[in-house]
Write a protein that binds this ligand. Structure first.
Ligand SMILES: [Ca+2]
Ligand SMILES: [Ca+2]
Ligand SMILES: [Ca+2]
Length: 409
């Protein structure tokens, strides 16, 4: 007997039953006395105060090789992801002949001169990282949002900026680093695991971006032109910062002859189930991810309300996103508030360890994760990192099912 299939179908049947009730650098240096006058005028917004320039700033030449100039922000000599007076000071201190490609010799002609200075001034400001679809909000993780130093180090090591804004939709996204983790059963004190939550080791070999929050009603409306959510006027107060819900998997991910889905309109995608679970866990192995006072997570159901709008505290309606404590990556509402569609077909996990698993090749149900605000049985069970749910890709009225946008850098 295929337990997963049976469960999914029974869940679907249940959902149909309750849908109406679903409450739903090496360079020759010149002395400071030989500082040349900049040959080109800097942009108006740059205040070029030579006296304030530090010409002793350290330089890491190793980062400037021909191969990585594409991805490294040209002009950022000290590699702090912004081209500013510190970099300008270094460049002026190094003015003159040097080894080709040395720090500051951006055009590889063995001299640091006005040409290199022009390049630097042209790139003055925050680095853009080569992500054509995003604006960089913050390169390095904020310790207030990502308190674990080891997690911050993994994010920095990815080479991608931590916090970005998706240009097309204004959706704020956070970098989730490549990692290996234990996917599967983590029971809480009150709720055990289902047979389909088989523990296995999963390696995610690529970093990806994931929405800091669920996609909101306002974001969906701005992109798609309508708002399908149950929790809006006239029966609910107007708060379009709630997660969009009553969206089908197909609304998000399937084009038809007459309909362009959210993913096609935006270039965004759904997370795989493995990506979702890793992002939710944030390196915890407990039923519930970390929260203030519990950096390693907890299995204590009485603490769930700190991180999740769930059946005990939500009034069985969705709430404005980011109202509860974030997880170790700085993601909000991974557990609770709205359920979240994932890309995968539902099915048993493949035996053994897995690398970049993407689910079964075919199926009848798509994966839904994270539990929600509602009061039905599965929703109560759902607010655990390992809990798996699923339904038909055209099912709209499951009760507060939304999603979170993902993007490959
Ligand atoms: Ca810099
Ligand atoms: Ca040069
Ligand atoms: Ca959620």
């Amino acid at each position: 007997m295929n337990n997963t299939t049976d469960k999914s179908f029974s869940r679907h049947a249940l959902a149909n039953t309750v849908r109406l009730a679903a409450i739903a650098a090496t360079c020759l240096t010149m002395s400071a006395l030989a500082l040349p006058k900049p040959p080109i005028a800097p942009p108006n917004e740059i205040i070029l105060n030579i006296d304030s320039i530090d010409t002793t700033a350290s330089i890491d030449s190793s980062a400037y090789t021909q191969s990585n100039l594409v991805s490294v922000c040209v002009g950022d000599i000290n590699l702090d992801h912004v081209v500013d007076s510190a970099d300008l000071g270094s460049l002026l201190g190094l003015y003159g002949p040097c080894q080709s490609g040395a720090g500051g010799d951006f055009n590889f002609d063995a001299v640091i001169d006005s040409s290199d200075l022009g390049t630097m001034l042209g790139n003055y400001g925050p680095c853009t990282a080569g992500l054509e679809w995003a604006t960089v909000l913050q390169w390095n993780p904020d310790p207030a949002m990502v308190p674990d130093a080891a997690v911050r180090a993994k994010i920095v090591d990815s080479g991608f900026p931590w916090r970005v804004l998706h240009t097309g939709t204004g959706i704020e996204m956070l970098l989730i680093p490549a990692s290996t983790f234990n996917m599967g059963c983590s029971a809480s004190n009150s709720y055990g695991c289902y047979d389909d939550e088989t523990n296995h080791q999963v390696t995610l070999s690529n970093a990806f971006y994931l929405g800091k929050t669920e996609v909101t009603q306002a974001q969906w409306l701005a992109t798609m032109g309508s708002n399908p959510s149950q929790f809006q006027p006239p029966n609910h107060t107007l708060d379009t910062n709630r997660p969009v819900s009553e969206v089908t998997w197909n609304d998000i991910a399937t084009d038809t002859a007459t309909y362009q889905c959210f993913n096609s309109k935006t270039g965004l995608r759904l997370a795989t189930e493995a990506e979702w679970e890793y992002a939710c866990r944030g390196d915890t192995t407990t039923a519930f991810h970390s929260m203030p006072g519990y950096p390693n997570g907890t299995n204590d159901d009485s603490l769930l309300g700190n991180i999740a709008w769930n059946y005990n505290n939500s009034g069985s309606i969705t709430h404005a996103v980011a109202g509860k404590a974030a997880n170790a990556f700085g993601l909000y509402d991974m557990l609770g508030n709205a359920w979240e569609w994932c890309n995968d077909w539902s099915g048993s996990y493949a035996a053994g360890n897995a690398t970049d698993p993407a689910g079964p090749a075919t199926g009848s149900n798509r994966v839904i994760r994270g539990g929600a605000c509602g009061g039905n049985y599965y929703t109560r069970l759902g607010c655990r990192s390992s809990y798996r749910y699923g339904s038909f890709p055209d099912d709209r009225f499951l009760g507060a099912v939304g999603f979170r946008a993902a993007k490959t850098p």
